[in-house]
Design a protein around this ligand. Structure first.
Ligand SMILES: NC(=O)c1ccc[n+]([C@@H]2O[C@H](COP(=O)([O-])OP(=O)(O)OC[C@H]3O[C@@H](n4cnc5c(N)ncnc54)[C@H](O)[C@@H]3O)[C@@H](O)[C@H]2O)c1
Length: 261
């Protein structure tokens, strides 16, 4: 018997974890991939009984064998593969003058770009075999514009956006749609070190037209849409899910937040 299934990378935390909950609750078998073994164990208990099945795979997305293993696991456990959410990503850009700056760039590019390329290559054969599928990549608003002190991450997310467009062209004839979401500032463990000072959190929120940080569940909802048949005519697209951040030119400060009604 086969059931709809999805592979989700970076599944142990943040946006990926919210995707596991959403897809699982909506009837998908989930292959949850992460390098964080303890986080996956915790995910397994948190999702027990929610959907058909969440199977976990401890793997580093930068390794080609990880891609092979996740596609094989989906085939073995669920008999088909409908969607892939290639979401694993890291930040941690170092200052230009830091002695490890280029080594860190290499790792950021490996996870955020190479990992996505490996993911796409790995899932395409299974999707092609059933006449199509949907791939959604978690990019970033930091791939649409740059930030001071974030050059390595900015480079990786800019690169992955064009990788998504190129893959969408190459796999359109297979019925495989490839899209990206570009989240803005989001309250997940990735951003924890930027959220220790409440005044900084507030100051950043004032620069976002919707007046607040995003949350992982909002991004999971956007990813669900792009993966679903409701997005059947959308491929090669980038959906900004950033509270209006990248809609703003920035020359004029946003208006002050309205009082709560
Ligand atoms: N949080 C934000 O503000 C924000 C904004 C824009 C884009 N994003 C992107 O969203 C995605 C998810 O980030 P998040 O905020 O949920 O972060 P997170 O740190 O909460 O989750 C990322 C997950 O990826 C996993 N991971 C890291 N390297 C891996 C590897 N080599 N192989 C397998 N798994 C690996 C981590 O263990 C972690 O569980 C990332 O691609 C990130 O760049 C986040």
């Amino acid at each position: 018997m086969s059931i709809p299934s999805v592979v989700i990378t970076g599944a142990a935390s943040g946006i990926g974890r919210a995707c596991v909950h959403l897809f699982s609750a909506r009837g998908f078998g989930v292959v949850a991939v992460d390098i964080d073994e303890a986080g996956l164990a915790d995910l397994t208990s948190a999702t027990a009984g929610v959907g058909p099945a969440v199977v976990t795979l401890v793997a580093d997305v930068t390794q080609e064998e990880s891609g092979v293993a996740m596609a094989r696991l989906a085939a073995q456990r669920f008999g088909r593969l409908d969607a892939a959410i290639l979401n694993a990503g890291i930040g941690g850009t170092l200052p230009w003058e830091h002695e490890d700056a280029i080594a860190r760039l290499d790792r950021i590019l490996a996870v955020n770009v190479r990992g996505v390329a490996i993911g796409i290559r790995s899932v395409v054969p299974a999707m092609r075999a059933t006449g199509g599928g949907a791939i959604v990549v978690t990019a970033s608003s930091a791939g649409l514009a740059a930030d001071p002190g974030n050059w390595a991450y900015n480079a990786s997310k800019g690169a992955v956006l064009n990788l998504v467009r190129a893959a969408a062209l190459d796999h359109a004839a297979d019925g495989i749609r490839v899209n990206a979401i570009a989240p803005g500032l989001t309250d997940t463990p990735l951003m924890a070190r930027h959220r220790t000072d409440p005044t900084v959190v507030e100051a950043v929120a004032r620069r976002i037209p919707l007046g607040r940080w995003g949350n992982a569940e909002e991004h999971a909802a956007a990813i669900w849409f792009l993966a679903s048949p409701d997005a059947s005519y959308i491929t090669g697209a980038v959906l900004a899910a950033d509270g209006g951040l990248t809609a703003m030119h920035g020359a004029v400060p946003p208006p002050p937040p309205r009082p709560e009604i």
